[in-house]
Design a protein around this ligand. Structure first.
Ligand SMILES: Nc1ncnc2c1ncn2[C@@H]1O[C@H](COP(=O)(O)OP(=O)(O)OP(=O)(O)O)[C@@H](O)[C@H]1O
Ligand SMILES: [Mg+2]
Length: 254
């Protein structure tokens, strides 16, 4: 699904949280959002997810304005893994993941073996099959985060929005979630703080003070000059023989 953002503005009490954002994410593309704390990544993702209705500008999903869509309809198209996800206290893990199927259930199309299979697959994809019957509140932070990702996968969305999905995960689960996300044939917009992980995206958008200050392939965007200007750090771009992408090394800018 192609996501198109046109001249988006978002203001709260005179502060411009989003400042004239225009962006197109192509069908199947993995688009990384990076930027310092408070630069507007979460705000932009929430608008893309239809949780905030912009007063100025619009968001189009495959050419259709999202403003006119009902929440239910949006949920059949896209899934959102939030930075601060809600609590699912009294649910078992498989029930929490099954919530991802809700937008597709109707009296004429009740819960079926197919839904069961989709949930089982989503649990397996995030490595939670052994914990399927555990109560959500007994899980660790990283396990909880993987439940939220599994719920989004169970939605079988055409676009997946992820807000720092790896921040609680151990390194092995970080890599496996990122690999999983990259292999999904759907449109992905993912906010990341780890700029080395962002290097693996098809394109990156850099946010700074509510504006998208750079968009393009990671190598073209994450330059030492950009990293100094936006993040205030010195960076070196290290090419490692045999590796297809460079690595970044940072130093505090005095
Ligand atoms: N309802 C609100 N009222 C006032 N300010 C807000 C509101 N929501 C967000 N902000 C401010 O908007 C700015 C952007 O917030 P946002 O959460 O989008 O940043 P972010 O890029 O996701 O940051 P982080 O990397 O810390 O997650 C922040 O300065 C935040 O304090
Ligand atoms: Mg955020």
């Amino acid at each position: 699904m192609r996501l198109c953002v046109e001249h988006l503005d978002w203001r709260v009490h005179g502060h411009r949280l989003l400042d004239d954002i225009s962006l197109t994410v192509d069908a199947g593309e993995t688009f990384g959002l990076v930027g310092p704390n408070g630069s507007g990544k979460t705000t932009l993702l929430r608008v893309l997810a239809g949780l905030r209705r912009p007063k100025t500008g619009r968001v189009l999903a495959d050419g259709r304005p999202m403003q006119g869509m009902r929440r239910h309809e949006i949920a059949r198209l896209m899934a959102f893994v939030e930075q601060q996800a809600d609590t699912l206290d009294r649910l078992e893990v498989h029930q929490a993941v099954a919530l991802g199927r809700t937008p597709f259930l109707t009296p004429l199309r009740p819960w079926s073996a197919r839904d069961e299979a989709i949930v089982a697959r989503a649990l397996a994809d995030v490595g939670l099959t052994p914990l399927a019957n555990r109560l959500w509140h007994t899980l660790s932070g990283g396990e909880r985060q993987r439940v939220h990702i599994a719920r989004a996968l169970a939605q079988q969305p055409r676009a997946l929005l992820l807000d720092e999905p790896t921040n609680h995960l151990d390194i092995r689960h970080q890599l496996s979630i990122l690999r999983l996300v990259r292999r999904l044939p759907i449109t992905v917009v993912i906010a990341l703080h780890d700029l080395d992980q962002a290097m693996d995206c098809d394109r990156i958008g850099v946010m700074d003070g509510g504006r998208l200050v750079a968009i393009g392939p990671p190598r073209e965007v994450l330059t030492p000059d950009r990293l100094l200007r936006t993040f205030g750090v010195h960076a070196e771009v290290l090419e490692i023989p045999g590796d297809s992408r460079p690595f970044l090394r940072f130093r505090h800018a005095r």
